[in-house]
Design a binder for this molecule. Structure first.
Ligand code: FUB
Length: 340
């Protein structure tokens, strides 16, 4: 695995936005920030990184998180509140290990926290927990969501009031086990010239606790309409799906994993296909890159993490935020994370 140094990330920064930012909190490690505006405040739903002592490997065993803390703020640059433990692995009946990147949604005054967690068979499922407060504490459902798998749930509410969940992550995130819609624990991957493993989407049911339809594959294509291939590591989907809508278009953004970028593709509806457009965020210090995008008080922001506070330990990350710019043609200005 590669550690990206600040010097590498700082090269060729012309036409990029100055993304330099300090961690939002420094007394705990946080990662994978999913940002939402609820009740007029900015809430961030991150992973809560900790030192577990588990050695680093390609399966991500070193990301052994056990609870979630939710952060909030009234204004950008203002005080950040850590609301304490919102959900613990000890309270989830079906839990095996590893609480990874969560997301949240609100419907009719109830808040839903969606989270990836390995079950007792060491297979990732998506769980859901509810609260009447956006900061929790959250009460988990007794079972994972039916037919859920893999990691990194992201829930997008469309303008018509429908909610959609996006999910998936390869390697340790196990998405490669669900190709051809059959479970294959062998972790086999497509050949380099074949289509990359596809992220999934499903509409959520009215009660927000299950899928209203089978999970469907999402096509990510290049400008010629050709599917991005498994060997195209600079552009293929790895993990960390997020969707935002800008000027009527759907922006599907994600991490490229082993090439450490956040990139985006655009489409005309929530299901895609999405056409690859470019890089949102250059590599950060640490191995993973994981983000969200939200509008608050009239401005768009990118939320992300890096490992600078821990001196480069990729399992000890810190959430940051910086402004994001859409050009008049709808394209996004690449953020250089260490440019001042
Ligand atoms: O934080 C654990 C995992 O690392 C997340 O689920 C992935 O997106 C990556 O950031």
């Amino acid at each position: 695995t590669t550690q990206i140094s600040k010097d590498t990330a700082d090269s060729s920064q012309q036409d990029k936005s100055a993304g330099y930012a300090e961690p939002l909190v420094t007394d705990i490690y946080t990662a994978d920030p999913s940002a939402h505006v609820f009740e007029g405040k900015l809430y961030i739903y991150p992973s809560h990184d900790r030192e577990s002592g588990i050695p680093q490997n390609d399966n991500g065993d070193h990301f052994d998180m056990r609870d979630y803390h939710i952060l909030s703020m009234d204004e950008v640059g203002g005080e950040v509140t850590d609301h304490g433990v919102a959900l613990s692995v000890d309270d989830i009946p079906w839990a095996g290990r590893q609480l990874w990147a969560p997301d949240a949604a609100e419907k009719n005054g109830t808040y839903y926290l969606y989270f990836p967690l390995k079950d007792k068979q060491d297979v990732f499922r998506i769980g859901v927990a509810t609260s009447d407060n956006p900061a929790g504490p959250f009460e988990p459902q007794p079972e994972p969501m039916e037919n859920s798998f893999s990691i990194d749930p992201a829930v997008f509410k469309d303008d018509n009031g429908e909610y959609y969940m996006y999910l998936g992550g390869i390697w340790g995130g196990q998405l490669q086990r669900y190709q051809d819609d059959e479970y294959n624990p062998e972790d086999e991957y497509p050949a380099d010239d074949e289509a990359a493993v596809k992220p999934r989407i499903a509409k959520l049911s009215d009660d927000m606790l299950s899928f209203a339809e089978p999970l469907q594959e999402i096509d990510i294509v290049d400008k010629n309409g050709e599917l991005i291939t498994a060997g195209d590591n600079d552009r293929r989907f790895f993990e960390a799906a997020w969707v935002h809508k800008y000027d009527g278009k759907y922006y599907f953004s994600y991490s490229t994993g082993d090439t450490h970028k956040i990139v985006y593709a655009t489409g005309d509806n929530p299901y895609g296909p999405f056409t690859y457009q470019g890089v949102i965020l250059d590599p950060v210090e640490g191995w993973t890159n994981h983000h969200s995008i939200a509008k608050y008080q009239g401005k768009w922001y990118l939320f992300y993490h890096d490992s600078s506070l821990s001196g480069g330990k990729t399992w000890l990350r810190s959430v940051k935020m910086t402004e994001l710019t859409h050009r008049s043609d709808g394209s996004i200005v690449t953020v250089a994370p260490y440019k001042k």
